[in-house]
Design a protein around this ligand. Sequence first.
Ligand code: TTP
Ligand code: MG
Length: 355
Amino acid sequence: MITNRKIIHFDIDAFFASVEQLDHPEFKGKPLIVGGDSDRSVVSTCSYEARVYGVKSAMSIVVAKKLCPHGIYVYGNMKRYSDISHQIFEWIESQFEMVQRVSIDEAYIDVSDFPSPWEVAREIKKQILSMTGLTVSVGISYNKFLAKLASDWNKPDGIFEIKTSDIPNILLPLPIIKIHGLGKKTCEKLNRIGIFTIEDLYQYPSELLNNIIGESWAKEIVERIHGIDHRPVKEYAQRKSYGKETTLEEDTEDREQIYNILKIYLNKIHKRLEEKGLMAKTLTIKIKYGDFEQFTKSHSLEYHTNDIGILTDTLQSMYDSLSLTKNVRLVGLTFSNFEDIDYKQFNLLELTSSN
Ligand code: TTP
Ligand code: MG
């Protein structure tokens, strides 16, 4: 087992809710739920004061209101969260070479070359607090899986290190949902056959796990629960863009036909991004007319996403504002400006600015 690396994982505490509490001091210390106020809204996140009532990310607001009727319910302001995230990452990336952003509020840093990971962790917390007023939790270990587990262990505002000797005590009793990489559906399947903790999974024959999640993934999961994870902290995806384009069989001015092609491309490229574990920020439509005159139209979101709903809406509004003056010969769509994502899906659709 390689244990000589030093990996840090940091994650801002109750990110969107903490920003709202900063911007609205009257929300401080109160159960605050970000995600909206309508019955169709979904909880994006909530303050730790709301979590004691059982409110969680991705829960419907209707359910949240049942659990926490006196909570404060607000819409999010994605632009504001995105700006703060940029400010934080700008500083982080200016300090460390090996940074892998995982989402808007978390990243891995390889600090093997630093004398003390604890000192680095304390410095990160101090800087982020003084720059933004936000607290973060930092996990330290010798691989990514354990570093992420460690940052989660002591939330909010904590630092925690997992060492080799801690493995049995920390890992064995953990519910399997805490295994980064095992989805909710797989966990439910495993629960149904009596597997609830990592210890249960230790005793489960690996051939049976192969049947449930496939051989190569099962091998990786089994390694992880034994504290083995060789994944490097990788900076950014090599690939700068993914695109698809085609010359139509016949030139057309049928807007719907062209849009349908773009949508097929969107779905195909989205699938590719999912396979690669990437989120994109920029969409570009390419149009070539029958007379070979061509143009592109790009739109950059304020944040990276792999949410098919957000991407489809973006394509639709870009297309709606596109005027086509001649018969079209070629249609293309490209996604660019990527960020890695390990597994997280945000429910950002509900987040509209309250201002
Ligand atoms: P998380 O880091 O998972 O959650 P958090 O920062 O709110 O809370 P903590 O880390 O202390 O447990 O996600 C970061 C932000 O991403 C979160 O503030 C809101 C957004 N988000 C969603 O919009 N939907 C989701 O389902 C999740 C998990 C997060
Ligand atoms: Mg967080």
